[in-house]
Ligand binder design. Structure first.
Ligand SMILES: Cc1ncc(COP(=O)(O)O)c(C=O)c1O
Length: 482
């Protein structure tokens, strides 16, 4: 650790050194229990005599700031109050809604917007595969820069997985591996619209997608969503009126946040509309693995003819964990080339051993087995959440049991403010996301909660619903203030 010697000509040097160390303790750079550099090392780096450093340590030890442990060294005393680093107290405020961020008190409960349970992911298999990838002769021979589209083994594995499981006829040349689908959304916007042109999005919808489109220079315009998903007739009207509309972004499998599946008729209409107006379709298929009931529904991209521009975006975040940053995009070569060259400009390429490890887990069936196990567990949690909500709230709320995905859309009485309820819940330690998080205009916020059920076990879900019930607004204060 680098310690700077403060200069104060009027004082002995050992006192100057002691006050330099004290300042580092007070500003939190040295924390209780931290080891100080050995006296010989520090003396050498500060060009002092070793006895001077010794004297500074002894001074601070006498004052109780440091403790000397025989044959171990000198440490910052354990019983000091914790001085925070200035930067610790100013968190970067992510755009992701609060319920996604696991930093509140230990007793609090988070109803996420649909994150998986990282505790059940195949850690040991992934760790083994990563270790293998790191030591593989092929990696050691060429561990440098590579293809900005990603590791070839992973692009091949994804292409064959997407062909088998999702009906996309695709090859490794059509696949771009990204750091999470977030990056794929940003690159997609840059590839299919010019700055200032418009992308239509579902509203309510996914704010982080809007943020990435705006960052790519696009203008974002909302299209309403109903019980059949995106209102394609509304989009048709917009496309007729707005020549700068060049793309539409949607989550047709389980609409984010309402969870409805885009109806078959609307899918056909959308394809026809895209062809007529030359709209690119950015399809975010973020949780395709999770379909519990009914027939599987293939992506729109699997039905699109070759003359259409589609960018199909997927992620491993819902299958493994959001902290494992692997997403992907599938598109025609011309679009994919633009995306890849922009990716190269901002991030050069992905993480080769991680990508190799995941390719192995796809090829050897580990990820498919994990998906089957996760589906069983999450379906049980969905059912448990539905039971608890019905038991606790009866007719006071309504929801349609989602056919898949990792979240439920809970509709409240329109006279109840979901936002005010969420604030009360947060004050009591329960994070839940109200409809206002998912709209472009707060005045259009639905009185609803998106409740992720996958990351909590059944007992925690029960506690969360109890807490939600306890923080329900008394009838007289329920009227919407907006
Ligand atoms: C609609 C939607 N798309 C994509 C993602 C996945 O994002 P990423 O792959 O960047 O983790 C999420 C995650 O919450 C999501 O809700």
């Amino acid at each position: 650790m680098l310690i700077e010697l403060s200069e104060d000509g009027g004082r002995p040097i050992f006192i100057n050194l002691a006050s330099s160390i004290l300042r580092e303790i007070e500003r939190g750079r040295l924390k209780p229990g931290d080891a100080l550099p050995g006296t010989r090392v520090l003396a050498k780096s500060l060009k002092l005599h070793r006895n001077t450093v010794d004297a500074a340590y002894q001074e601070l030890t006498m004052q109780g700031w440091l403790v000397a442990e025989p044959s171990r060294g000198t440490f910052v005393a354990h019983d000091l109050p914790e001085f925070k680093r200035a930067s610790d107290t100013v968190p970067v405020r992510p755009q992701q809604p609060a319920a996604e961020i696991n930093t509140t008190t230990r007793s609090s409960l988070h109803l996420s917007d649909g994150t998986p349970d990282a505790r059940i992911m195949p850690h040991a298999d992934l760790a083994r595969a990563f270790r293998r990838a790191l030591g593989a002769p092929a990696f050691l021979a060429s561990a440098g820069y590579g293809d900005p589209r990603g590791n070839l083994a992973l692009r091949r594995a994804l292409a064959s997985y997407l062909t088998d499981e999702r009906g996309l006829v695709t090859s490794s040349n059509d696949v771009l591996v990204t750091r999470g689908s977030q990056m794929a959304l940003f690159l997609a916007a840059g590839a299919v619209v010019e700055p200032g042109q418009m992308i239509a999005v579902e509203e309510p919808g996914y704010p982080l997608a809007w943020a990435s489109f705006r960052a790519a220079g696009a203008r974002v315009i909302g299209v309403p969503v109903d019980a059949q998903g995106l209102d394609v007739d509304h989009l048709a009207g917009l496309a007729r009126r707005e020549p700068s509309l060049k793309a539409v972004y949607l989550t047709p499998h389980h609409q984010y946040p309402t969870t409805v599946t885009l109806g078959a008729g609307r899918r056909l209409k959308l394809l026809e509309l895209a062809r007529r107006h030359g709209l690119a379709i950015i399809e975010d298929d973020y949780d395709q693995e999770y379909r519990f009931e009914g027939r599987p529904v293939l992506p729109i991209a699997a039905r699109a003819e070759a003359d259409l521009s589609t960018v199909y975006v997927g992620s491993l975040s819902k299958l493994l964990a959001p902290g494992i940053r692997i997403g992907y995009a599938v598109a025609k070569p011309a679009i994919l080339r633009r995306m890849a060259s922009q990716r190269e400009a901002i991030d050069r390429q992905g993480d080769l051993p991680l990508e190799q490890a995941l390719a192995d887990l796809i090829d050897d069936g580990t990820l498919r087995r994990h998906a089957r196990k996760a589906r069983r567990i999450y379906q049980a949690r969905r059912d448990r959440l539905a039971e608890e909500l019905t038991r606790e709230f009866g007719q006071a709320v309504s929801f349609t049991l989602p056919a898949g995905g990792l979240a439920l859309w809970l509709r409240l009485d329109p006279a109840v403010s979901a936002e005010a309820w969420a604030e009360r819940a947060a004050a009591a330690g329960l994070m839940v996301m109200p409809g206002v998080h998912f709209t472009l205009d707060a005045a259009r916020a639905p009185e609803a909660f998106r409740i992720g059920y996958a990351s909590l076990d059944e007992a925690s879900l029960r506690r969360a619903v109890d807490q939600l019930a306890r923080t329900r607004m008394p009838a007289t204060t329920q009227a919407r203030s907006r």
